[in-house]
Design a protein around this ligand. Structure first.
Ligand SMILES: Cc1cc2nc3c(=O)[nH]c(=O)nc-3n(C[C@H](O)[C@H](O)[C@H](O)COP(=O)(O)OP(=O)(O)OC[C@H]3O[C@@H](n4cnc5c(N)ncnc54)[C@H](O)[C@@H]3O)c2cc1C
Length: 352
């Protein structure tokens, strides 16, 4: 399901009550709990889509410990959360890592992303899970030197690769999608995958094989052995084939899609009290060592912490109450039931 409102990267600061860092299941449910209390949120994720680990690591696996859902697919859970938060119209800022959170003199936080989107936020909720997902990189000599120029882990501007000699690595959906997309548009195209089994959709693999049979692209089973670089320019790549021999392919660009792995990343630099790779919080408000900055889900640490979605949902509820009090210290926040509260039902768009 598409995010309700996807905001393009912007340079003017966006003023908001709360920025949620991380659109995993706990960040998404935080939108809901804040929304019930009338607090709007902007939500940022380094991935291009919401869902965190559920979507990135195990979308098709069943989850059995979500209350009242005896079994629920991980992607299905994310889709349901997206449906549930729709009435609150959160603003999504995807594909951009939050790199900086600093307190300003007026007590608001300046939050900045890698795309230079900036927010002036009265509160921040860090729902960063295991950290932001980074592409798994090619581990051959010289890779760092050509990364971003001729070695790529994502496609930002597809037209840039048209008419070029391409070598594409990987056996998942991203690799297959781009192999099929660039076939006929690239000057030459070689697809390399390390084994006979693919993680990509079977239909994409079948289509790739048809194109190979028709001579439209070349496919080899193997792994990258070396990059051929001359005068700082990538000229080709050597592939160790599964039969033990090595083949060289000319290339203007190499694209590698080996999946993503999480890394705590910039969160560690924000001056918060940490417990190993997690952020210390209290268990009444789920506030960090910095008043106004809260942390929920897998990223936080407290005595007895269990990294379960269920725990993150509870933490989101309590953090929302604490945020309401933080934003309006003189106003008592009363507990209300969605079953009977007219104001909550109005916010949910379900009142008659
Ligand atoms: C295979 C597997 C099976 C599992 N099964 C279960 C289960 O059955 N039941 C259960 O309860 N739990 C299960 N879990 C654990 C569950 O997935 C996690 O507890 C849950 O995803 C945590 O949610 P979260 O929102 O805290 O973090 P995440 O899901 O990790 O999402 C965090 C998000 O924050 C983003 N992010 C991080 N840093 C930044 C930054 N600086 N800027 C922008 N974005 C950032 C990341 O890109 C990510 O999208 C399982 C986990 C795995 C790997």
């Amino acid at each position: 399901m598409e995010p309700a409102s996807k905001v393009p990267a912007s340079t003017a600061p966006i003023e908001t009550d709360t920025v949620i860092v991380g659109a995993g299941p706990c960040g998404l449910f935080q939108v809901f709990e804040l929304g019930l209390l009338g607090i709007k949120a902007d939500i940022v994720d380094s991935l291009q889509h919401p869902g965190g680990q559920c979507t990135e690591l195990y979308p098709d696996k069943p989850i059995y410990d979500i209350p009242a859902l005896p079994v629920c697919g991980a992607q299905e859970l994310v889709d349901r959360l997206m449906q549930q938060i729709k009435p609150f119209q959160p603003r999504f800022h995807l594909g951009q890592e939050v790199t900086e959170v600093t307190r300003r003199d007026d007590a608001r936080f300046l939050v900045r992303t890698a795309l230079d989107t900036t927010f002036l936020a009265r509160t921040v909720v860090i729902a960063g899970g295991l950290g932001s997902f980074q592409p798994k990189r090619l581990t051959v000599a010289g890779a760092d030197a050509v990364e971003g120029r001729q070695l790529h882990y994502r496609v930002r501007d597809a037209a840039r690769f048209h008419g070029q000699r391409l070598v594409i690595f990987g056996g998942g959906d991203s690799a297959l999608d781009w192999v099929l997309d660039f076939c006929g548009k690239a000057a030459s195209l070689v697809h390399v995958h390390r084994r006979a089994e693919f993680r990509a959709a079977p239909a994409s693999v079948a289509r790739m094989r048809e194109l190979v049979a028709a001579g439209r692209l070349q496919y080899v089973e193997g792994t990258a052995a070396a990059l051929r670089i001359a005068d700082g320019r990538l000229e080709g790549v050597e592939v160790k084939l599964s039969d033990g021999t090595t083949s060289a392919f000319d290339a203007d660009h190499v694209l590698a899609f080996f999946g993503l792995h999480p890394k705590l990343g910039p969160i560690a630099e924000w001056g918060l009290d940490l417990d190993k790779k997690a952020i210390r919080v209290d268990t009444a408000k789920f506030q960090t060592s910095e008043p106004g900055i809260f942390a929920i889900g897998d990223i936080n640490s407290y005595p007895g912490k269990k990294k379960l979605i269920l725990s993150g949902f509870h933490e989101a509820a309590l953090a929302a109450f604490a945020i309401a009090e933080y934003l309006n210290p003189t106003k008592k926040v009363h507990l209300q039931y969605t079953t009977t509260s007219p104001i909550m039902q109005k916010r949910l768009g379900v009142s008659g």
